[in-house]
Design a protein around this ligand. Sequence first.
Ligand SMILES: C[S@@+](CC[C@H](N)C(=O)[O-])C[C@H]1O[C@@H](n2cnc3c(N)ncnc32)[C@H](O)[C@@H]1O
Length: 213
Amino acid sequence: MNAYRRLRRALGRALYERRYGVRTSDVVSLTEFGLDHRERVYYSPASWRTLRRALPPREIGGHDVFVDLGSGMGRMVLEAAAHYPFKRVIGVELSAELDEIARSNVAGFRRRLRCPDVELVRSDVLDYPIPDDVSVVFLNNPFRGEIFSAAIGNLLRSVDRSPRPVTVVYYNPVEEPFLLATGRFRHTRTVAGRGGGVFGSTRVYTIGARPGA
Ligand SMILES: C[S@@+](CC[C@H](N)C(=O)[O-])C[C@H]1O[C@@H](n2cnc3c(N)ncnc32)[C@H](O)[C@@H]1O
């Protein structure tokens, strides 16, 4: 992208955030909070509209429950609660500082929310049991390796306890090979990024029943 277009996009984002009184744009290293770990990814928000490009609002009903695992300053929580008729929208974030900013963003956005039931949970994903009514999971490359596999194991246990269709929207899907190797994730849609690679792309999956179940 050339310098002029980059500047125009940055200005557009800044104006949008000013207009709605939210702060989600920064890129923040977890070292700042003493939370760095080789499998935890720093805070960098998905673009506004990432969710809507991958998951048309008409596919969501009033019984659906959304969770963003690694929700940072809450940009995708706001996107989900503002544009979809979700029953409940949840954000789970490790950093207390980022969670605090997300809370203030949600408070400022309240009047614009289509789904008023927004829950922000300050927790390591490893300590967070996925509620058995969650039907849409959003991931923006929040963690990798063993943390990722433990979080997915947690999700699959929830689906096996309470069988239901679950959609997973995965932005920057670096751990896709792990998902597909479980044999439980069926790829249904791709929104390609500019460069055509993993970064900037969004992959959507549905979770199938446990073999033999
Ligand atoms: C790339 S950012 C994505 C933020 C947000 N989902 C978005 O798209 O705007 C990844 C986030 O995951 C969080 N994170 C990393 N490891 C985590 C863990 N073990 N449990 C919960 N959150 C985690 C980071 O603090 C960061 O805010």
